[in-house]
Design a protein around this ligand. Structure first.
Ligand code: GLA
Length: 373
């Protein structure tokens, strides 16, 4: 759906946030519930319109410029970071949009490989650039879906819709409860003076393109099919009791994670609504254990971070966030304890692993937008 136009401009700056997922992990591609929030760090693109039909991308992190000729249909095949914007440009080309040439300079304050959705941030930022240059905009859900398709086709990651939706729909002071079946999104107030959310990078580079993510997706699909369901969301308690004995042990564990994680996500929202931080924290801990033991997407370093955090006074809960296999953990702490928790985490984690963990506190932030001139 095309929305009414806004004025096309020649030079502007777009910011798209990264995200953390508070709870609801590996549930999005199972038509389940997720609760991500956009964070205060992200990707910024400074744009200048060009008189030709070439998009030139430069990044502070990579030398050289990457020109893309917009007169030809862009195709997958690149292996560098420009595949993300190229995939998004291709999506708008496919819709028949005439995209003018532009220079784009990208800066980011998200750790690369930290699992905070730097790729979704680049995608949604690029979509916002295109829409601003063209003076018209897709419906935001269609924009997020176009970016998800770019990730599938140009980066080879069969991701769900959580990251691109979180980056598109983020709202300051709110997490987003996304029903990935109906695609209904509800903003749930998150934060306040009494709690803080810490993001701690394990320093282990997370990568989803190496096959484990796709394997989990396939295992869930085969568990759902064995239960006679289109997705794990359709598995009622009655279907589960009647059919789970026929699943392989692996399928049963994967499905058990997804089903219990959906329950935890709804319980977490209820806990937020009563500002019951201890209950919310316990659900985070349980989510982490399930991801570690039943879903097997954690790693030694993330487990260690959660173990260290769990022993520090003032910590309500801790879990890995995002796809896993490295990347970041999030810690929900009493606001007054945040600095002491950070110091203990830094010290004990370094003593155990030799890794100096980067960490920061964040509030829930707004989604992708053109910054005021
Ligand atoms: C990655 C994917 C998301 C989601 C998470 C796991 O971030 O991009 O779609 O599946 O992993 O919850």
């Amino acid at each position: 759906m095309i929305q009414p136009s806004h004025t096309a401009v020649d030079a502007f700056v777009v910011h798209a946030p990264g995200r953390v997922n508070l709870i609801g992990e590996h549930t999005d591609y199972n038509d389940g519930f997720v609760l991500p929030m956009a964070i205060e760090r992200g990707v910024t693109i400074a744009v200048t319109r060009r008189p030709d039909s070439v998009a030139v991308f430069r990044s502070e992190r990579e030398a050289g410029a990457s020109p893309l000729d917009l007169r030809a249909a862009l195709e997958p095949g690149r292996s560098d970071w420009v595949r993300y914007p190229a995939g998004v440009l291709a999506g708008y080309q496919r819709l028949g949009w005439e995209i003018p040439g532009f220079d784009a300079v990208i800066t980011a304050d998200l750790p690369a490989g930290g699992g905070l959705s730097s790729s979704a941030a680049i995608e949604v930022a690029t979509a916002t650039v295109i829409e601003t240059l063209c003076g018209r905009a897709l419906d935001p859900l269609d924009k997020a879906l176009l970016c998800q398709r770019a990730e599938h086709e140009f980066a080879g990651v069969p991701c769900g819709i959580m990251d691109q939706c979180a980056v598109t729909f983020g709202r300051a002071g709110h997490a987003l409860l996304i029903d990935c079946l109906s695609r209904e999104i509800r903003a749930v107030p998150f934060g306040g003076v009494d709690v803080a959310l810490l993001v701690v990078n394990s320093g282990v580079r997370h990568s989803l393109a190496d096959g484990e993510y796709a394997r989990r997706r396939a295992e869930c699909a085969s568990a759902a099919a064995a239960l006679g369901c289109g997705s794990l969301r359709d598995v009622t308690p009655a279907i589960w009791s009647a059919g789970n004995a026929a699943l392989s042990d692996l399928e049963r564990r994967r499905a058990t994670h997804v089903r219990s994680e959906n329950e935890r996500t709804r319980a977490f929202v209820a806990a937020l609504e009563r500002a019951d931080w201890p209950a919310a924290g316990r659900l985070m801990d349980e989510s982490h254990s399930s991801l570690r033991d039943a879903y097997e997407v954690s790693c030694h370093e993330l487990d260690l971070l959660c173990e260290i955090a769990g022993a520090v006074p003032g910590v309500f809960g801790c879990r890995m966030t995002g796809g896993g296999f490295g990347g970041c953990a999030i810690v929900l702490v009493a606001a007054g304890a945040a600095l002491a928790v950070m110091a203990t985490l830094r010290e004990n984690y370094q003593a155990a692993t030799g890794i100096e963990a980067q960490m920061f506190a964040t509030r829930a932030a707004a989604g992708a937008r053109v910054l005021p001139a």
